[in-house]
Design a protein around this ligand. Sequence first.
Ligand SMILES: [Zn+2]
Length: 128
Amino acid sequence: MTDQTWTPERLDLLRKRWLEGRSCSAIAGELGVTKNAVVGKAHRLKLPAWKDPIVRGMPPKPKRGLPVLYVPPVEPGPEPVELFPREREPRTCQWPFAGGCDAPREHRRPYCTRHCCLAYVGRTGRAA
Ligand SMILES: [Zn+2]
């Protein structure tokens, strides 16, 4: 195994990214090496085990005759969009449309100022 690909700078980058919790494939892509190279190098550098629950601690020694199954970690993606937001805090706007609203409620109103204007237009005359 040659270590020519692992210059000190690249090792630093690997260590940094690893500690940042980046996925092996993301690091591999950044360094232009294979995922296995990243995993193997991190192992040899005795970097702390992955935070990812799939890879917990040091991998157990493979049992004879059994293939080692490597489960690739899930790439970090954008936050999932909540179509039905979690139960709202009682102090936030209860506006039920357009994905809801997290603005603070008007005093004694179920909605924020903006949505009160929409909800009560024509009823209270506030939004004349
Ligand atoms: Zn609102």
